[in-house]
Design a protein around this ligand. Structure first.
Ligand code: AMP
Length: 444
């Protein structure tokens, strides 16, 4: 290897050296074939006393790679920029829609849509309904042809209207039709539409009354439900004891005295229906024996969703005054207007008491207006003589002061199921005395 030493250089100067190298092969090639030698120049530049750097000129291949890399980086940059632009545009659009919706809600133009898909119709007047209501939106697949409905007879009057038995369609299916009374208020319409909306959000369940459809394109608004021939459970229980209850509208009467197993099965079916509603994040807010219907084979189904609400959060706070089912309500609902699935659990404890006393009125002899005061002192209904401590303890679990200490409907289902399965006596109907209780209260 040849060595060249360049001496006496100034430590402060800058020098450039170019080294040209050629070998024998390039010399011969030049001579014989007139091919010009291909030299590589290496430039060594001194930088004063700083160690020298060596630059090797880039080959053509290197520059191509650099060019491709630059193209790729440039392309990636453009794509990235495009993505950022698209995302920002989408966010802007979503924000604009949300803002205009908030504005419309503020001005009461639209019903508030809750997360569960349940709308709450606040401040809707009858006349304004037609103006903003998109009929298809409310009824969608549930829309029925009202000409196919033939009313047969009036079954009873409920919270906001009347319920009639009817025949529907070519198959002549028996159905129940709810309609508003002529003197119905705005609040009644609101409750009816809320009931419809809640029911539409549910799938058919063996222990929840099924919505068949509705007619709301013109008045009267109709809700068409599956028909349960034995009417409400409260009247059914009372009739089973030979009492004639004017409240009950059931076409058929219970044909035998009820057994312990029947009562436990009722309690289990109600817990099962409620467990489904809880899973669907629906709070009933009016669970009572009068709002459970009885069908063939003594099947019980939860009904009357007029006060029911879909839960946006875990808690629903009542904003308006209403007639309240005081004796079925827990302290937090009575005092703070708050409802949760756990307040339905409290009501379920009262329904159990109604079932196992075969249709008595809760807090016998106590007027509704005194109930809140009693609850504040920690008072709870005592154990009816004919039911076991174990069964009574399930009820009292439901009446825990603190909502979070109450059991879930799922737990209640399996607790009652266990009593049903282990064939001990939990309800002694031999001991049950009809005269233990005073007259039935007027249902509030
Ligand atoms: P409501 O408006 O739900 O309180 O209903 C009033 C009365 O009509 C109830 O007490 C029931 O006896 C009766 N009823 C309601 N829905 C039905 C139904 N789907 N099948 C049979 N009877 C019903």
């Amino acid at each position: 290897m040849a060595q060249v030493i360049v001496a006496d250089l100034s430590p402060f100067g800058y020098y450039s050296f170019k080294i040209y190298a050629k070998n024998r092969v390039s010399e011969v090639a030049e001579r014989r074939h007139k091919v010009e030698g291909n030299f590589i120049a290496i430039v060594v530049r001194t930088t004063g006393s700083i160690p020298a750097t060596t630059t090797i000129p880039k080959t053509e291949a290197d520059s191509k790679t650099t060019m491709y890399l630059n193209i790729v980086y440039g392309f990636a940059g453009i794509v990235g920029l495009l993505i950022v632009l698209i995302v920002s545009f989408a966010c802007y659009k979503i924000f604009k829609r949300w803002r205009s919706r908030q504005e419309e809600v503020k001005q009461n133009k639209l019903p508030v849509t809750r997360e569960s898909g349940v709308r709450v119709y606040d401040d809707v007047t009858m006349l304004s309904m037609a103006a903003y209501q998109n009929v298809d939106d409310i009824c969608d697949s549930f829309n029925l042809d009202r000409d196919q409905i033939t009313l047969v007879k009036l079954l009873g009057t409920g919270n906001f209207g009347q319920v009639s038995k009817a025949i529907y369609g070519a198959s002549h299916s028996e159905v129940a039709v709810k309609s508003l009374q002529d003197n119905a208020s705005q609040k009644d319409l609101q409750d009816m539409l809320s009931e419809l909306d809640v029911m539409k959000s549910l799938q058919p369940h063996p222990h929840v009354v099924r919505l068949i459809g509705c007619c709301i394109e013109k008045e009267p608004t109709l809700i068409v439900l599956e028909y349960l021939p034995y009417g409400d459970l409260l009247g059914y229980l009372r009739k089973s004891r030979g009492h004639d209850d004017t409240y009950n509208t059931g076409e058929k009467r219970p044909n035998s005295r009820l057994t312990e197993k029947d009562l436990l099965t009722f309690a289990w079916m109600i817990a099962d229906g409620m467990s489904y509603l809880a899973a669907m994040r629906v709070i009933h807010r009016d669970l009572a024996a009068r709002n459970v219907l009885v069908g063939e084979n003594k099947v019980c189904k939860i009904s009357d969703f007029g006060l029911a609400r879909g839960l946006e959060e875990d808690i629903y706070t009542r904003r308006t005054q209403a007639r309240l089912p005081v004796k079925w309500m827990p302290p937090e609902s009575l005092f703070y207007g708050e409802s949760t699935t756990m307040s339905d659990v409290w009501s379920y404890g009262i329904v159990m008491w109604e079932v196992f006393t075969i249709g008595e009125s809760p807090y016998p002899g106590v007027p509704s207006r005194q109930v809140a005061g009693l609850l504040q002192t920690g008072y709870r209904m005592s154990r009816p003589r004919h039911i076991s401590a174990e069964l009574y303890s399930i009820m009292t679990e439901c009446w825990e002061e603190q909502p979070q200490k109450r059991p879930t409907f799922q737990w209640l289902c399996s607790a009652v199921r266990r009593l049903l399965d282990d064939h001990k006596t939990y309800v002694n109907l031999e001991v049950y005395d009809d005269k233990d209780y005073v007259n039935f209260d007027v249902v509030t």
